[in-house]
Structure formats: structure tokens, C-alpha cells
Design a protein around this ligand. Structure first.
Ligand SMILES: [Zn+2]
Ligand SMILES: [Zn+2]
Length: 373
């Protein structure tokens, strides 16, 4: 399927005078009527009518084909949602809406998305590339917040020319071909579009005397060490954006951003669920049956958990404010779940006590199953 860049510029629904949600039958009807009116046989060499007929045919060629129509709608939705097409592109630029030549017309939907990807990269070409890095921190550091060193290799503004690309004592000058606009108009049949200026590559400026250190690129490749602040309470997989800490851009352009993915190592016994921490607290059968005060760890020292008499296995106690720090202040809770331990090995004395306990009787826990006498 051929995707024309004209799709971005022409509203075929308006051309055929139908609503965007018109049925295929309505579109066909509207086309037939218009085609009859403007057919060259009927208009006899009227240039304007001929153009109009061409326009109608093109519009129907797309809207009359359900698959093409779908793709057309999608392209225009993407354009409307603020996709930028190349330097200086988009509504509001000088000379109205302009689109960089993205080489439309090569293929189907997959290609189209690739083209949009390129288009976006083109729009970002005036910025440096974004960088992605990863840091790993301990559970405790993630809870308390920390600062970690991060070595990043990439381009950075040239130290000699401070990113201008021009030899010291000189400066980039306005491009004579585009007058600094960065783009030039190209006539393409009955519509015109603008392309990045071939002389300055869309920058609007040229460097006549390049900086010898960076050969005019304005940037050099280097390894730098950053200190990345990890906010308290950060979760595993979080991404921290450091604006302007990515790669250097072309001369005069802003640098890209640095995205740091945070890996949090698991804790020995705390688990995390949102801002809450989960902890399993083993207790003995007598502790659960008789009740007891059990010391449990928190992120900042032990606290005493009162286990009431008759506590069942698996009961969870909420210890307020002892969870992970929340982004907007405060803390989550610590959820301590009691796990009644059954000893695997018992001493002779314990065995005697347990036998006495068993023989003391009491109602069977299986009474409801109806199998007990
Ligand atoms: Zn330089
Ligand atoms: Zn230029």
C-alpha cells in the first residue's frame, strides 16, 4: 500500500464533502456525483475543473478503499496528536504547516510506523540523543534514599568551543541559502513542501572555520561520572530522568536527557507491596495460644508486637507508619504476618509436655468434618 505525504496535508473527507464517519456507500455516492460534475468530458478543457477532478479521484482512491481509509485516518490522527515532522515542521512554523520529506510511499503499515519513528528522530535531531543507564541499590538504600556514582560514556559539549563547533574567536554564521530558516521550499506538482536546508542541514547556521578539537561537531566523546540522587522509597524498576544529561546535540542545540533505571536488590526478609512492607513473623504454638509480646524488626529499629492469646496462624498485624517512604511524604505500614511454627525436632521434655497437652483433651479441631466420635 502506498502512503502519500499528501495524506498529511489534504482532508479527503472535505474534498468529497462527506463526514468522517460516513459509510462506504455514502462515500461512493458522493464521489459519483462529484466525478460526474467535474469529469473532463463534461468540462471541456477547464483547467480548474480538471484539477478538481484529479483531487476527487485521489480522495476516492483512498476513502473508497476500506483498508486505505483506515490507514489514512490513522496517519492523520497521529499528525493531529502532535507528532512533529522534522525541524521547523508542524503547524505554526513559518509558511504554515510544513512536512519534512520522510520518503513516504515505500510500503505498508509497518514501514509507515518506521517512517514515523524516523520522523520523530528527525524532530529530535536538534537535540542530543537520550541516554539510558542502570544503577543497582540495596533495599535499605532504596528506602533511605542515597546518591550513587554513575559512569556515562557519550558525547558531551566540546570543551574547546563550548559546543559551538566554531574555532575559538569565531562564531557560526547565518546560512546564506535558507537565511537562517533551516528549510527550503520544494515544489512538488500541485502542492509544495519544505525540506531541511541542504547547506546547513536544517540548523540555519553554518560554521566557516571549524573548531580543531571537535572538527566542527561541537561535541566530543568522553566518559564522565555523575552523581545520581536516588529518592527515598524508590521502587525496583523506577526510571529517573535527568534532563539535559544525555548526549550533546549538534552545535547550538540542547543536549538529550539521561534516563536512569533503578534496580533494587531484594531484602533478606522484608518484601514490598506499594508503600507497605511485608514481614513473616514465626511464633511458637504456645506464644500464639497464650499470647506474647514479640520483637519484630522495622527499617529503623525493633518494635514490640503484641500477639493476643488465641492468635491463629496467618493472621496479619498492621504496624502503622513503619513501611516505605511515600513520594508525597509519610510512610506506608509494616504488615506482619504470624506463622505458627511446628518444631521438627523436640527434646524428651518437650515431647512429654506435648503429650500431656494432647491428652488434656479439649474439642477436636476436626469436629465440623463429622469424622470424629
Ligand atoms: Zn569544538
Ligand atoms: Zn540553511
Amino acid at each position: 500500500m502506498t502512503v502519500s505525504r499528501e495524506w498529511l496535508e489534504k482532508d479527503y473527507y472535505a474534498v468529497l464533502g462527506v463526514a468522517r464517519n460516513a459509510s462506504q456507500a455514502d462515500i461512493k455516492k458522493a464521489y459519483r456525483k462529484l466525478a460526474q460534475q467535474h469529469h473532463p468530458d463534461a468540462t471541456k478543457g477547464d483547467k480548474q475543473a480538471e484539477e478538481r477532478f484529479k483531487e476527487i479521484s485521489t480522495a476516492y482512491d483512498v476513502l473508497g478503499d476500506e483498508a486505505k481509509r483506515k490507514e489514512y485516518d490513522r496517519v492523520r490522527d497521529m499528525a493531529a496528536s502532535g507528532f512533529r515532522f522534522g525541524p521547523g515542521g508542524g503547524p505554526g512554523g513559518p509558511g504554515g504547516t510544513r512536512f519534512e520529506d520522510l520518503g513516504f510511499g515505500v510500503g505498508g503499515l509497518g514501514d509507515l510506523f518506521d517512517l514515523f519513528g524516523e520522523g520523530r528522530a528527525g524532530a529530535r535531531a536538534r537535540h542530543g540523543a537520550d541516554l539510558v543507564a542502570e544503577v543497582e541499590v540495596s533495599f535499605e538504600d532504596a528506602m533511605a534514599g542515597t546518591t550513587v556514582p554513575l559512569r556515562v560514556t557519550g558525547t558531551q559539549p566540546c570543551q574547546t568551543c563550548h559546543g559551538s563547533g566554531a574555532r575559538q574567536g569565531t562564531a557560526p554564521v547565518t546560512c546564506p541559502q535558507c537565511g537562517g530558516a533551516g528549510s527550503v521550499a520544494v515544489d512538488q506538482g500541485f502542492f509544495s513542501l519544505s525540506r531541511p536546508c541542504p547547506r546547513c542541514g536544517g540548523r540555519g547556521q553554518i560554521i566557516e572555520d571549524p573548531c580543531p578539537t571537535c572538527a566542527g561537531s561541537g561535541s566530543t566523546t568522553a566518559t564522565r561520572t555523575l552523581r545520581v540522587k536516588i529518592p527515598a522509597g524508590v521502587e525496583d524498576g523506577a526510571r529517573i530522568r535527568l534532563a539535559g544529561r544525555g548526549e550533546a546535540g549538534p552545535p547550538g542545540a540542547a543536549p538529550g536527557d539521561l534516563y536512569v533505571a533503578v534496580r533494587v536488590r531484594p531484602h533478606r526478609f522484608f518484601q514490598r507491596r506499594g508503600a507497605d512492607l511485608l514481614l513473616t513473623v514465626p511464633v511458637t504454638f504456645p506464644e500464639a495460644a497464650l499470647g506474647s509480646n514479640v520483637k519484630v524488626p522495622t527499617l529503623n529499629g525493633a518494635v514490640t508486637l503484641k500477639v493476643p492469646a488465641g492468635t491463629r496462624n496467618g493472621r496479619t498485624f498492621r504496624i502503622r507508619g513503619k513501611g516505605a517512604p511515600k513520594r508525597r511524604g509519610g510512610h506506608g505500614d509494616l504488615l506482619a504476618t504470624v506463622e505458627v511454627e511446628v518444631p521438627g525436632k523436640v527434646s524428651r521434655e518437650e515431647r512429654d509436655l506435648l503429650k500431656r497437652l494432647r491428652d488434656a483433651g479439649g474439642p477436636s479441631p476436626r469436629a465440623h468434618l463429622g469424622t470424629e466420635e
